[in-house]
Design a protein. Sequence first.
Length: 106
Amino acid sequence: MSSKSKNRRENEWQSAWLNTDNCNCPDKESHSKDLHKICSICKGIMHKDVRINLNSNLLHHFAWNKDNSKPKANGGTNRKDNLVAMHPWCNQEKIQFSFWKINIIL
Ligand SMILES: [Zn+2]
Ligand SMILES: [Zn+2]
């Protein structure tokens, strides 16, 4: 991968994080460092450092991944303003994560 496309992908992660709603939990220190956001689907907390790829097997309550806010199937684009952060298991389009949801509910 060229460093240019690597930078573009890094920008996409940053944009997804920025486009996502801020957290309201009592941990003010984490908020001052922009470490918490709220999952765009379930409104649960995500931690900035637990960013994972979709092929990761990491199981963590605060894990997050980026996805299109408006699905491409509904006319959404790959533009930065269409990216948001969400839990991997909340991502309806990524059904391979449904087993995580089961683990967490149990
Ligand atoms: Zn918080
Ligand atoms: Zn969620």
